[in-house]
Ligand binder design. Structure first.
Ligand SMILES: Cc1cc2nc3c(=O)[nH]c(=O)nc-3n(C[C@H](O)[C@H](O)[C@H](O)COP(=O)(O)OP(=O)(O)OC[C@H]3O[C@@H](n4cnc5c(N)ncnc54)[C@H](O)[C@@H]3O)c2cc1C
Length: 453
């Protein structure tokens, strides 16, 4: 591919060395590769003209958002061009009566959250990378996060979408309505497609009334089974559980012992931990209801101890533990993100830990995650360099997940890192239909080639 071809795109093209380095990899930091050039369009028309040109000349384009992806989906290969959405950003409209906001795809999630809040509304999508990830990336990966249990995944927050297809066609379906049964839902096709079917340029997001009260509790339980009973009790008796996270005891101990975390609000000797958040409308009444419910849970044996955060700051410190940034400081950490029905997750976690420990007795295998959504994360550290162990670890973990009919990717996507295992969770017929859709929308295969399928 000649760079001269791209020069027709003018100022949006850059081959500056620092920029090529910055765009060489997503957060997974595997298979770093400087792209041939970085395209940074400022308008949808520029995205369209860039794709038109790349399509005409068969130039492979890798869409990039905030580069917080964990599956290698935004990492280029040799000779490919990156199209970064970082300049295509901004809140275009907040429509309070329709409870929607229209944003450009490169808008950081946190910026959109704050804008909604400023208008007295609430954007339910929330993930740990909120400061860096972009709305377009969230939609392209169908991000999950902390509030899925109450509001659903990114898919459920999207009402309208504008996408630029591989040949530069702008497909605009920026509807603000929930009800639109007029044939196939094309928007849903692009959600979770990881940049392989089109480049998302604008999104209409659904907003909710801003919760007036938010309470966060850190709870110790006897085991996984008791934790699930606790979750169901909280949902039954309070009805407004907006987050429910489980932490296996070695995870809690490691993270709270680590100096970078700086808090240990509850002793690390309990068998299991949960973190739950409740959104309500009447702060005092909600607090009393929650306290009474937790007291009943302790009496019934569904919980051993509970701490209710007394301030937003304390609630944040509970979340710091769950976000487990201390784990990321371990070199060569391998992260898994799998799902299965909640009833099976405890046994799955036990088997994974037992099998991995049998193979790497000196390793550390931490389990935590969104068990109400049937999703656990496993952060595995075998001690050695990643390349030596990654494949063997994938085989062990994804083999177990396949055996129980679970999903090898609950929220982070397939990218390149899980591509070889797509058939563990999707049938041959499903993968064939995915291929046909890809060919129909991107016949020259220029959009994010080698990703997902
Ligand atoms: C600390 C941390 C916490 C995280 N927590 C969560 C979590 O709780 N839940 C969760 O689901 N994920 C989580 N993630 C993963 C990551 O943040 C999400 O996958 C996020 O949605 C990626 O957005 P991004 O803008 O960074 O996309 P990128 O990493 O830039 O790209 C991701 C994929 O989307 C494609 N893409 C990006 N923008 C567009 C676009 N505009 N049009 C078409 N394709 C595009 C890329 O080609 C790539 O395939 C976390 C990551 C980190 C680092």
């Amino acid at each position: 591919m000649s760079l001269d071809l791209l020069s027709a795109l003018g100022e949006m093209v850059s081959t500056e060395s620092d920029l090529l380095d910055k765009h060489a990899c997503d957060w997974s930091n595997v298979n770093r590769q400087r792209p041939r050039a970085v395209l940074r369009p400022r308008t949808v028309a520029e995205v369209s003209s860039a794709l038109k040109l790349c399509h005409a000349h068969g130039i492979a384009v890798v869409p990039q958002g905030g580069l917080t992806g964990l599956a290698g989906g935004a990492t280029p290969r040799a000779g490919q061009v990156v199209l970064s959405l970082e300049r295509l950003k901004g809140i275009e409209e907040i429509d309070a009566d329709s409870a929607t906001m229209t944003v450009l795809a490169g808008t950081p999630l946190e910026t959109a959250q704050k804008a909604a809040e400023g208008a007295g509304l609430y954007l339910a999508l929330d993930i740990g990378s909120r400061g860096s990830c972009q709305i377009g990336g969230n939609v392209a990966t169908n991000a999950g996060g902390n509030h899925v249990i109450r509001y659903g995944m990114a898919r459920a927050q999207v009402l309208g979408l504008e996408t630029v297809l591989a040949d530069g066609t702008v497909l605009s379906s920026l509807t603000k309505v929930m009800k639109n049964n007029t044939g196939y839902d094309l928007n849903q096709l692009f959600i979770g497609s990881e940049g392989t079917l089109g480049i998302i340029t604008r999104v209409v997001l659904r907003l909710y009334p801003r919760p007036r009260a938010r309470r966060t509790a850190l709870i110790a339980t006897a085991d996984y089974g008791a934790t699930v009973r606790l979750l169901r009790r909280l949902q039954r008796e309070l009805g407004d559980v907006s987050a429910f996270e489980a932490m296996w005891p070695d995870f809690y101990r490691y993270v709270t012992d680590h100096p970078s975390t700086g808090v240990k609000p509850m002793a690390d000797t309990h068998p299991f931990y949960a973190l739950s958040e409740f959104q309500g409308s009447e702060p005092d009444r909600d607090c009393t209801r929650l306290e009474e419910c937790l007291a009943r849970a302790i009496e019934a044996g569904d919980a051993l101890d509970a701490l209710l955060a007394q301030s937003e700051r304390e609630a944040r410190s509970f979340w710091t533990i769950r976000e487990g940034a201390a784990l990321d400081l371990l070199p060569y950490l391998i992260n898994f993100d799998v799902s299965a029905p909640t009833a099976q997750l405890g046994a799955l976690a036990d088997r994974l830990k037992a099998n991995l420990t049998a193979r790497w007795p000196e390793g550390l295998f931490f389990v935590y995650g969104h068990i109400g959504d049937g999703n656990i994360h496993l952060s595995a550290w075998a001690g050695g360099a990643m390349d030596d162990v990654a494949h063997e670890m994938d085989e062990i973990v994804y083999g177990e997940v396949r055996r129980i009919g679970g999903s090898i990717s609950a929220e982070h996507g397939i990218g390149t890192l899980k591509r070889a295992y797509l058939g563990h969770s999707r049938s041959a017929a499903e993968i064939e239909i995915m291929r046909r859709i890809k060919t129909a929308l991107d016949p020259r295969g220029i959009l994010n080639p080698g990703k997902v399928i």
